[in-house]
Design a protein around this ligand. Structure first.
Ligand SMILES: Cc1cc2nc3c(=O)[nH]c(=O)nc-3n(C[C@H](O)[C@H](O)[C@H](O)COP(=O)(O)O)c2cc1C
Length: 219
């Protein structure tokens, strides 16, 4: 196997593509797409989003100290792309029509709106802003989370598979693919993984195949 060395490039893939909503807290709301967004702390729960100074959203978030991270499902991918190529300086991105319409709804803890169509919205208060170069990184503490009840199971627990979230990789949007294992599956007996593979096979064929693997899943 031979490998090449390249100059530094943004090749960490895949990443989430999310919609960041914000407000001037004076009735003017905006939303932009961000792929440079990530989880950076578990306790307190914190996320980061890196935004170029030229973005209208940068201006609003810098002034208000608040933003909302709205996760993107398959149904929202076109709107997500659109709000990532048009600036709120020129258009009202919450006034769009048809399949790219997004509804701004009041958030619980921040002045920035949440997006009603998004399965999960993370309301954030900016704790730090770092000037990195091309982008400034806003580190936000998640102060409230709203979840669409459609993505809960019958016991009220989050079933994120129902959200049908998308990923972004090297300039392209993707639906999530096959389940390959669960957290820590590598430390379990092989049957655990086989069971997951069997479930995926079933999903693809649409038919359950009862057998040893399914019995193991009942444990
Ligand atoms: C998939 C995708 C990912 C993007 N990621 C970022 C990002 O992480 N940071 C950023 O500053 N701009 C990003 N952009 C570009 C902004 O979303 C875009 O410039 C937008 O029009 C800014 O809107 P605003 O001027 O209303 O704030 C991305 C665009 C797309 C389509």
């Amino acid at each position: 196997m031979s490998r090449q060395y390249w100059k530094p490039a943004n090749l960490l893939n895949p990443v989430p593509a999310v919609m960041i909503s914000c407000s001037d807290n004076n009735g003017r709301n905006n939303v932009m797409t961000a792929a440079w967004c990530g989880t950076v702390c578990s306790d307190p729960v914190m996320v980061s989003v890196s935004i170029r100074k030229s973005r209208y959203s940068h201006e609003l978030i810098s002034a208000s100290g608040e933003f909302v991270v709205n996760l993107v499902s398959r149904d929202l991918v076109k709107a997500c792309d659109f709000v990532g190529v048009k600036s709120g300086r020129k258009i009202d991105k919450f006034g769009l029509k048809g399949d790219i319409h997004l509804t701004a709804v009041p958030s619980k803890e921040v002045g920035a709106p949440s997006i009603a169509e998004s399965p999960i919205s993370l309301e954030c208060k900016v704790r730090q802003a770092l000037e990195l170069g091309s982008h400034d990184m806003f580190i936000g503490e998640v102060v409230a989370t709203s979840v669409d009840e459609e993505v809960l199971d019958e016991n009220g627990r989050l079933d994120l598979k129902k959200a049908d979230l998308i990923a972004y990789s090297h300039g392209e949007y993707f639906a999530l693919g096959d389940l390959l294992g669960k957290f820590s599956f590598s430390t379990h007996k092989d049957e655990r993984l086989k069971t997951r593979q069997a479930m995926n096979r079933e999903k693809r064929s649409g038919k359950p195949k009862p057998g040893k693997e399914e019995k193991n899943d009942e444990r």
